[in-house]
Design a protein around this ligand. Structure first.
Ligand code: TMP
Length: 236
């Protein structure tokens, strides 16, 4: 499969058209941003790690009944995916307090919840991805009730599968953000699942193995991404 034209360049990925109108090629970059693009940098090797990790986890999710956009990994950085219309909601699931939740609720990080939380942000860079609820989404026509129900069901399913899988790698899945798309009338998981979009802590030491090392200038950013990749054991 060949790239045709650059369709879109985001903060972490480029998206190309292909001969097939239903298929796009995503190309993962090493570029990293935080705080809605205010902070910029490079995490060497990140593109390949995020590409291969996403595909590996999406395959596991498919096996468990979560439909995804994955078509085929083409090389270290590039993957063919189904062309979806992205639902403009960032779907965040949290198992432990951290990040914006900890700040908003005046809690320390790392407190386990009685049950996972789910929240939506409206995907809009100009507004800084504001927190919204399902009623805002319905009122603004961002998604239908049926779509929100499917998204909610799949998001908790993704959490179950990923929590269990990361636990087997001695990693605590603190929280994560996922995105969904519409493909021929169906809701499917799109975008990525990587240390850019998840908080992953070593279960014993609570060392952060994710993008918070970049956001918070904690150092050893590349090492953290490599460590997660090493534990996944997907290097051929
Ligand atoms: P938050 O605590 O900053 O709201 O982040 C929750 C989760 O969402 C965390 O795993 C990081 C991820 N995330 C993204 O993937 N993209 C973003 O732009 C932000 C703000 C968070």
């Amino acid at each position: 499969m060949e790239k045709k034209e650059l369709l879109y360049e985001g903060k972490a990925k480029k998206v190309y058209t292909t001969e097939d109108p239903d298929v796009l090629i995503v190309s993962y970059k090493d570029d990293a941003t935080a705080f809605n693009g205010l902070k910029k940098g490079t995490i060497v090797g990140k593109g390949a790690i995020n590409n291969r990790m996403t595909n590996y986890i999406f395959k596991k999710l498919e096996e468990k009944g979560v439909p995804t956009h994955l078509v085929e990994e083409l090389n270290d950085r590039e993957t063919a995916v189904k062309k979806v219309e992205i639902v403009p909601l960032e779907v965040i699931i949290r198992n432990f307090s951290a990040g914006s939740f900890a700040k908003k609720m005046g809690m320390e990080e790392g407190i386990k919840f009685l049950q996972p939380t789910l929240e939506f942000s409206y995907k809009n860079d100009d507004l800084g991805d504001p927190f919204i609820n399902r009623y805002y989404a319905l009122a603004l026509g961002l998604a239908t009730q049926e779509e929100i129900d499917a998204i909610t069901k799949y998001a908790f399913q993704v959490n179950e599968v990923m929590q269990e899988y990361f636990a087997s790698l001695n990693i605590e899945l603190i929280d994560f953000k996922i995105e969904f798309g519409r493909y021929h009338g169906q809701i499917i998981l799109a975008d990525e699942v990587s240390p850019d979009t998840c908080r992953l802590w070593d279960k014993d030491t609570h060392e952060k193995l994710d993008k918070d090392r970049f956001r918070r200038d904690l150092g050893n950013v590349e090492d953290a991404y490599q460590e997660v990749f090493r534990r996944l054991g997907i290097d051929k």
